[in-house]
Design a protein around this ligand. Structure first.
Ligand code: PMP
Length: 421
């Protein structure tokens, strides 16, 4: 830790004071040999678990053939095969095309570039509490100032935020839609808006699902005004919500989808999937990146998609999520535990809030921080989320064995025990 502090800036925070030695599926061992159950999955990256054997096998085979080409220099099959596969499964209306990058923020940046090129407009509407990444445009789109935007301005212009519906805070779908109509009247004409971007379930913002009614209304609004609808599926994608893509249950087809994180089971890979005519709006040379669509990461992603299908991970996400939500609702009744509530989220994208009072609604971010620290000390890797950090999110691999999940939930239960109880 001393070497870390001396050599690496504090701007990159680390939730836990441990250093990882090795990992297997849903378990991690640190350099001191302590075992941890992983309910963090490297921030939603390991839906198929650490080092899934089929992902390892695909990567090893690719390592023996070629590790880097740069797609702008020469093509390779893994990129094309992955694009075909994503085009087939993505909920996009009509023919689709896919371009690959490395990080979620890069996918978001490029989705905006594509939307601007296709519409020849500049503005983008995003939602308060949304998270889209740390690069300049993605940061501008992110709907939370501290710690993401404060002190980094000026940010790219043309970005407008509207409230995200949250029933527990009294913000309705009508409030969000009224805010967009208000923007059109006061701030930016609808015909200057290139895109509307949102997460089908806000991730960092607190695992808040976008109501189907909102998604449907945004689709109608986008159609009426020629606006590109972008679904940021970086955190929701690849079986976490019980579907391959989080937007699927709404039946709404976005124009562009950004993907990353669990796409490649631990290898850096992201992409934009979208309607072919939009995707082709940018002239040759306008999109790309040296490492974008690394052959090793593409090989991993093809294996991840096989695992999701063959191991029925969408169904498993629903089964595990129901089991976890039941247990959390039972914990919410317990007098010897800290007050929790607002258990929510589709599939295995489950979060709950720490509350000031049992049965109340006032959040307790200080309690949430204590619970995370206690869980970490006891051997459970766990993350917070929410606008105040009042929520705890559960992101176990979907391949976690039942007994390891239960062991993790036992650790969570003891981390929730009231001091002195
Ligand atoms: N979009 C969403 C919805 C995310 O959750 C994240 C990462 N938490 C990003 C974009 C940015 O991804 P990355 O950190 O890979 O740039």
């Amino acid at each position: 830790m001393g070497r870390r502090k001396a050599s690496i800036p504090r701007g990159v925070g680390t939730a836990m004071g441990i250093f990882i030695d090795r990992a297997e599926n849903a378990e991690v061992w640190d350099v001191e040999g302590r075992r941890f159950i992983d309910f963090a999955s490297g921030i939603a990256v390991l839906n198929v678990g650490h080092r899934h054997p089929r992902v390892m096998e695909a990567v090893e085979q690719q390592l023996r053939r070629c590790t880097h080409a740069a797609f702008q220099v020469a093509g390779y099959d893994a990129y094309v095969a992955l694009a075909e596969r994503l085009n087939d499964i993505a909920p996009i209306e009509g023919p689709a095309k896919t371009i690959l990058f490395s990080t979620g923020a890069e996918a978001v940046e490029n989705a905006v570039k594509i939307a601007r090129a296709a519409t020849r407009r500049h503005a983008v509407i995003a939602f308060s509490g949304g998270f889209h990444g740390r690069s300049f445009m993605a940061m501008s789109l992110t709907g939370k100032t501290a710690p993401y935007k404060r002190g980094f301005g000026p940010l790219p212009g043309g970005v407008y935020h509207v409230p995200f519906p949250a029933a527990h805070k009294g913000i309705t779908v009508a409030d969000s839609l009224d805010a967009i109509e208000g923007l059109f009247k006061a701030d930016v004409a609808a015909e200057d808006v290139a895109a509307i971007i949102l997460e089908p379930v806000q991730g960092e913002g607190g695992f808040l699902p976008a109501p189907t009614e909102l998604l449907q209304a945004l689709r109608r609004l986008a159609d009426a005004h020629g606006i590109v609808l972008i679904a940021d599926e970086v955190q929701t994608g690849f079986a976490r919500t019980g579907r391959v893509f989080g937007i699927e249950p709404s039946g709404v087809k976005p124009d562009l989808i950004t993907v990353a994180k669990s796409l490649a089971g631990g290898f850096p890979l992201s992409g934009v999937i979208g309607r072919a005519e939009l995707m082709d709006a940018v002239e040759p040379g306008g999109l790309g990146g040296t490492y974008a669509g690394s052959p090793v990461a593409c090989a991993a992603a093809l294996a991840v998609l096989d695992v999701i299908q063959d191991e029925k991970l969408c169904e498993r996400a629903d089964v595990l999520g129901a089991r976890v939500a039941d247990r959390l609702r039972a914990l919410a009744q317990r007098e010897d535990l800290r007050p929790i509530g607002h258990v929510r989220g589709p599939g295995s994208m489950i979060a709950f809030d720490l509350l000031q009072e049992r049965g109340g609604t006032t959040p307790d971010p200080v309690a949430a921080r204590d619970v995370l620290q206690r869980a970490h000390a006891d051997g459970l890797m766990l993350l917070g989320c929410g606008s105040l950090g009042e929520s705890v999110r559960l992101l176990y691999p979907l391949t976690i064995p039942d007994e390891v999940l239960d062991e993790g939930l036992d650790l969570l239960e003891s981390a929730l025990r009231l001091p002195g109880a």
